[in-house]
Design a protein around this ligand. Structure first.
Ligand SMILES: [Zn+2]
Length: 476
């Protein structure tokens, strides 16, 4: 028999009749890894009563797009620069510049740091795509994080020999080999740590994958009942490459090769048909709605370069299942919700759209639907005990009237005090329990200094040439 814990709190964002609702002065009963009761009072015997006092308890966030082994090193490097030639995408230049410079120990430092950053900013379920699957699985298991992990693969990689256009270095066999290894990886890690660690498939980018590789990936995803995530419509050069190859938009092409279904998660879809930057007629959103494919919306990685989804509330109105993710740094779901809400208002030119409810749902219920998990993203009997405990009396949380608005528009990471995942405490009093934050920070600094001093000389002579310091050095 697992321990039964009753947690009493001032505000609980509980799930009822298909939506989040606010329960004041209620309680949540946690039994082992799951919630067995949520309501006003619970009078049956329990093993422990926790008075969470004036805390707000919300479900943990599901972060659907992450590259833990690299994203922390986007910080103080990738901002304020972008290539006009590639419509401000950072992909062909910045990532290539640093790719080869990253040693395994640098990537591991990034993963360790990421876990701390993710937990401290509300992610309880992460979807990680990269090449460090085994390390991430071990680290997430150890830290207590719930993780869906994919080792990415592709049939090609981007090259820019002229510096003027993106070309493709094809190796079909490597793509198929990568796919097979990725399937093995899913089967190998699935179900570890009481089912907390799971796999999914990650063909890397639509323009870097052959039709055959994508068909294989989609079939395997449906067979194994795991998501398949693919970067799609994430850059103007990619959109134009796909229209040149197939006379279709990226989303139209995926539809034509039977890739789209309710297990498909498209990274970004920032440039569907009709987006002003590609100015190409079509109705990709209807295709996404019809096929039930989901979108992983990581707004900041685009907003940082002056690019926006047109628009987040427009996708919701079209019936697209939009799920939030962080992609780059900061890997904060608080920031992801705030930027998604605000940019959605700016682009749609409406304030009553792109609401706190919309982004909160996109961080909880929408991704749970994509994962086919009715036990995540909600506080209800039978759901996993993935819970966030927020302050109510701190600087950014007073005055408190509407807890969701305060979290979406005002909270910082410091307002999030405690985190429980799978019924276990992973953070208490802002301290992530199983990872030493200070050590993780120090190792990331070392990794950064190594990578900045070793950028690919074919791309640039130095990190400062690629990404100049904001202010020049004081002369002495
Ligand atoms: Zn990505």
């Amino acid at each position: 028999m697992s321990k039964k814990i009753k947690i009493e709190a001032k505000i609980i964002v509980a799930y009822q009749a298909g939506e989040h609702r606010i329960l004041r002065d209620g309680c949540v009963v946690v039994e082992g890894d799951h919630i067995s009761f949520v309501g006003k009072t619970f009078d049956q015997p329990v093993d422990e009563v926790i008075d969470a006092g004036d805390r707000i308890i919300t479900p943990g966030f599901i972060n659907t797009h992450c590259h833990m082994a690299g994203s922390p090193l986007d910080k103080s490097f990738i901002e304020d620069v972008g290539s006009r030639q590639f419509y401000l995408s950072g992909l062909p230049v910045m990532l290539r510049a640093r790719g080869g410079a990253m040693r395994d120990e640098d990537k591991e430092a990034c993963v360790d740091y990421s876990i701390v950053e993710l937990i401290r900013t509300g992610t309880t379920t992460i979807m990680e795509q990269g090449g460090m699957g085994d390390y991430v699985a071990d680290a997430a298991e150890q830290a207590g994080l719930r993780a869906y992990i994919a080792n990415m693969y592709s049939s090609a990689s981007w090259i820019t020999p002229s510096g003027r256009q993106v070309e493709y270095d094809w190796n079909e066999a490597a793509g198929i080999e990568g796919f097979k290894k990725a399937v093995d990886f899913v089967e190998r890690i699935d179900g570890r740590a009481n089912g907390r660690i799971k796999g999914f498939l990650g063909p890397a980018q639509i323009d870097n994958c052959t039709e055959e590789l994508l068909r294989m990936s989609s079939e395997a995803s449906q067979e194994m009942q795991v998501p398949v995530s693919l970067h799609t419509s994430q850059a103007v050069f990619e959109f134009q490459e796909i229209t040149r190859r197939y006379e279709k938009t990226p989303v139209e092409w995926l539809d034509s090769i039977d890739f789209l279904n309710d297990w498909a998660l498209l990274g970004h879809v920032i440039y569907p048909a009709g987006h002003s930057w590609v100015n190409f007629a079509g109705d990709d959103l209807s295709i996404l709605e019809r096929t039930k494919a989901s979108v992983a919306h990581a707004t900041w990685v685009f907003n940082r370069r002056g690019i926006a989804m047109e628009s987040f509330p427009g996708y919701l109105d079209a019936g697209v299942n939009v799920c939030l993710g962080t992609d780059t740094c900061p890997q904060s779901m608080i920031e992801a919700m705030r930027w998604s809400a605000v940019v959605g208002k700016i682009i749609s030119r409406q304030t009553e759209k792109s609401t706190a409810a919309d982004v909160f749902n996109a961080a909880t219920l929408n991704p749970a639907q994509m994962l086919h998990r009715d036990d995540l993203g909600r506080i209800s009997a039978g759901a996993k005990a993935d819970l966030l405990f927020w302050d109510t009396s701190s600087l950014f949380m007073v005055p408190l009237r509407d807890p969701i608005k305060n979290i979406v528009y005002n909270a910082t990471a410091d307002e999030l005090k405690d985190v429980m995942i799978d019924g276990e405490w992973v953070m208490k009093g802002r301290e992530v329990l199983k990872i030493n934050e200070q050590q993780a920070n120090e190792k990331l600094q070392i990794a950064g200094e190594h990578v900045w001093s070793s950028v690919n000389p074919e791309v640039a002579s130095s990190a400062d040439e690629l990404s100049p310091q904001t202010f020049s050095s004081f002369k002495v």
